[in-house]
Design a binder for this molecule. Sequence first.
Ligand code: HEM
Length: 84
Amino acid sequence: MSDTFTTKQVAEHNTVENGLYIIIDGSVYKMDSFVDEHPGGAKILKRVGGKDASKQFWKYHNEGVLKKYTPKLKVGTVKEEAKL
Ligand code: HEM
């Protein structure tokens, strides 16, 4: 999918009930279906719901993880705030 979101819209999806969106390097991932199978645990993902988790992501994973899960979890990209 190639929808665009503002960071405000992403922030509205901050729980499993409403999608649990996270941002990694400008892309938006919908994590609700994945939290329970996340090898790093559900809790740590829920804490970054609605936020930019790039820093946390790159601390624990490599490019291969992102490539593997992008088709399943990516729902769009963040649009630049300045263009709103
Ligand atoms: C698209 C988002 C994410 C995907 C697809 C994902 C997937 C995975 C996978 C497959 C692993 C197993 C280890 C590996 O294969 O490298 C893992 C481990 C882990 N993930 Fe994630 N993860 C995501 C986001 C996050 C975020 C945002 C955090 C932190 C806030 C996080 C924290 C961790 C931790 C702490 C581990 C355990 C590392 C270890 O045991 O050494 N993950 N994740």
